[in-house]
Design a protein around this ligand. Structure first.
Ligand SMILES: Cc1cc2nc3c(=O)[nH]c(=O)nc-3n(C[C@H](O)[C@H](O)[C@H](O)COP(=O)(O)O)c2cc1C
Length: 183
């Protein structure tokens, strides 16, 4: 089930990693915890989604797909935090995006991605591929919100949050840019 904070503008947070100790998922949890006033952050967990199959992309849709599309439709903007695997975004994240192609839920939706790689020179293949796929579904990329927030494992506290003031401030800034773009 989605985890959420309370408020008005609603930003859907998606980690591209299914790894338990993921730094990207830690960033998503931290964004939940440090959203500015008036910004509701909702975490979308993609583990229940089936593999995309065009044969199943019609009514009745798989329940997890109905849930995904409803979560996207109800959001003011989306933020992706994702690792890069083999030069591209993880297959699980591409799968999620493929399930949005047959709908219009992403059309004109403000979107951004944050790269948590400890080395900020890495991960650009995933970013480039996100730009391609999100362009295909006609989402509206917010360039000023697409940044690198390097997260070293030792910065993740026992609560699973990123314990670093700079990272938290950067995330708050990203959420602010998305809210502005959604107005
Ligand atoms: C199977 C696999 C493939 C990877 N391929 C790349 C890659 O092509 N380019 C890259 O910059 N990093 C690559 N990485 C490193 C991860 O993207 C990087 O460690 C990331 O920060 C991990 O994020 P996480 O902590 O959210 O899992 C790969 C990691 C794994 C496990």
């Amino acid at each position: 089930m989605p985890e959420r904070s309370s408020a008005t503008s609603r930003i859907l947070l998606v980690s591209g990693s299914t790894r338990a100790g993921s730094t990207n998922s830690a960033l998503v949890r931290t964004a939940l915890a440090c959203a500015p006033d008036g910004v509701a952050t909702v975490r979308y967990g993609m583990t229940g989604l089936p593999y995309f199959n065009p044969d199943d992309d019609s009514e009745p849709l798989p329940p997890a797909v109905v849930s995904l599309r409803a979560a996207v439709a109800a959001s003011s903007a989306l933020l992706f935090c994702t690792p890069e695997y083999a030069g591209s975004m993880p297959g699980a994240l591409k799968n999620l995006l493929e399930w949005t192609v047959g709908s219009t839920v992403m059309t004109d939706k403000p979107v951004a991605w944050v790269n948590a790689a400890a080395d900020p020179r890495r991960g650009h293949g995933a970013n480039d591929q996100l730009a391609t796929v999100l362009g295909y579904v006609q989402a509206r990329v917010v360039p000023e919100a697409c940044i690198s927030v390097p997260v070293h494992h030792e910065l993740i506290g026992a609560d699973g949050l990123v314990d670093d003031a700079d990272a938290r401030a950067a995330l708050a800034g990203v959420l602010g840019h998305l809210v502005d773009a959604a107005r």
